[in-house]
Design a protein around this ligand. Structure first.
Ligand code: DMJ
Length: 494
């Protein structure tokens, strides 16, 4: 299924060291035999000396790290320090609110009242970085203050990937049942979103009344729900969560064009496409991600089949194989005709998905293009025309996708090139986005003017992927988890 990293695992390393010990022991035994039953004192000393030299050599060899590992260790430490700079400023100026506005040093709540977006999103990063006191404090806040009994319309997609995903991974990592109870309560309140004639979810649902609104949505919002709802199902034993989200994914897929592509907008009441532009960018991106990942997490064969039927169309109509470069642009889902030659910060997730699904060749080439996009202005724009290399939309929202792909590529290839790439990304990220109070998005990557925004995904994803890229491999058992699209690690325990 997924290729294995080309590196000696800690177990292999331990085995090699043990083997050397056994060899040493044999060498000593042979020497003892030569000496006869009662070796002289000098001979004994000589053998003991050899033993010591050999042991010292192995100790030095066993403990020494390569310069590459040393540098990675230093970088992981720096990432943690910078994460804490973002987190502690959230604590100082926005504790208990959804997010920090880093320039004005004021809190921000998405819907006028807090759903603790940043604490829930950041919880598993805190766990991963072993920040135990912060984990305890954050969990206490969540359990005490988070209530979904609120008369507000929330975005089903965002709340699912950030809050439902964060609560579920938080529960799996800490074993605190109260997080699962919160997740189940949230899941129940989101379920009415699926009550449309097609089974595709409305964009907004009222958490208290279950009323819904906004029928025009997109494949990312209809198809990026199954990892979270499915996990909730498995952990609570209630199949309705899995079934509703699975149906939404299948109903999206069923409406693909004869070419095998999906469009940009769809009406959940009529099931008709309202915009036939097709791409892998925002609005569609994570729909594809979940086709493959739901196969990985649940072993759902139908998901694998849907992925297998979709990826050839993406590579045929959206890929733009220009001379030595690979990009993915836009095309009309019905005709396959090229509509735009644009690619951006959100598209940069695709190398990770290609790598995860086994296509390392395309993954490497597309990652090189993403890096070229980043280097154009020292930080990536939201949208770039890759034919003219002109920036179409110049904001940088502290997005994680390019880092996520760098991490996946390093994981699957073990190629130090990707750690060096990550180091460059991190240095630029710190240089341009660090603010007095946390990290700030950029309004324009050309002028580097900052913007008063620190999205919760910066703490859930951006810093997490940077950290994982440089941290020792043992930090996370990659093969046992699947990241949701907000980088919340979900574990198959069923
Ligand atoms: C996150 O909320 C998720 O990664 C989503 O899939 C895309 N957008 C942001 C990060 O850029």
């Amino acid at each position: 299924m997924s290729p294995k990293p080309i590196r000696a695992s800690p177990a292999t390393r331990t085995h090699l060291i043990n083997r050397e010990w056994v060899r040493c022991w044999r060498f000593g035994a042979a020497a003892r035999r030569e000496e006869g039953e009662y070796p002289s004192y000098t001979r004994r000393l000589f053998v003991f000396g050899i033993w010591l030299v050999i042991l010292a050599a192995f100790a030095v060899q066993g403990c020494s790290r390569s310069p590459e590992d040393e540098q990675a260790r230093r970088l992981a430490k720096r990432v943690k320090t910078e994460f804490l700079h973002a987190w502690q400023n959230y604590e100082r100026y926005a504790w208990g609110h959804d997010a920090l506005r880093p320039l004005s040093k004021t809190p921000h709540d998405w819907y006028g009242q807090s759903l603790l977006m940043t604490p829930v999103d950041a919880l598993d990063t805190l766990v991963l970085m072993n920040l135990d006191a912060d984990v305890a404090k954050t969990k206490k806040l969540i359990v005490r203050d988070l209530s979904f009994d609120r008369d507000i319309y929330v975005k089903n997609f965002e709340i699912t990937i950030r809050l439902l995903g964060g609560l579920l991974s938080g529960y799996q990592l800490t074993n605190d049942k109260r997080l699962l109870q919160l997740a189940e309560d949230l899941g129940d309140r989101l379920l009415p979103a699926f009550n449309s004639p097609t089974g595709l979810p409305y964009v907004y649902v009222n958490l208290r009344t279950g009323q819904v609104r906004d029928p025009v949505t997109n494949p990312a919002e209809t198809g990026t729900l199954l990892l979270e709802f499915g996990t909730l199902s498995k952990l609570t034993g209630r199949p309705e969560f899995y079934d509703k989200a699975k149906r939404a994914l299948v109903e999206t897929y069923r409406r693909r064009s004869p070419l095998g592509l999906v469009g940009q907008s769809i009406n959940v009441e009529t099931g008709a496409w309202t915009d036939t532009d097709s791409h892998i960018s925002g609005g569609i991106d994570s729909y594809y991600e979940y086709l493959w990942k739901c196969w990985l997490l649940f072993g759902d064969l139908e998901c694998r089949n849907m992925w297998n039927a979709s990826i050839p169309a993406i590579n045929k109509y959206l890929a733009d194989d220009t001379a030595s470069e690979l990009w993915y642009g836009h095309a009309d889902m019905q005709t396959g005709a090229r509509t735009e030659t644009t690619y951006g910060a959100l598209d940069a997730f695709f190398p990770a998905l290609l790598a995860l699904s086994g296509d390392l060749g395309r993954a490497r080439r597309l990652q090189a293009s993403s890096f070229k996009m980043w280097n154009l202005h020292g930080i990536e724009p939201e949208i770039l025309d890759y034919k003219t290399m002109r920036v179409i939309s110049g904001a940088y929202h502290l997005r994680p996708e390019i880092i996520e792909s760098t991490y996946y590529l390093y994981h699957f290839t073990g190629d130090p090139h990707y750690r060096r790439m990550g180091e460059r990304l991190f240095n630029d990220f710190v240089k341009y986005c660090r603010a007095d109070a946390g990290y700030a998005a950029l309004a324009d990557v050309v002028t580097k003017e900052k913007r008063n925004e620190m999205e919760s995904f910066a703490l859930a994803e951006t810093f997490k992927y940077f950290y994982l890229l440089f941290a020792p491999v043992r930090t996370l058992d990659f093969d046992k988890i699947v990241f949701n699209t907000e980088a919340h690690q979900l574990k198959r325990t069923w």
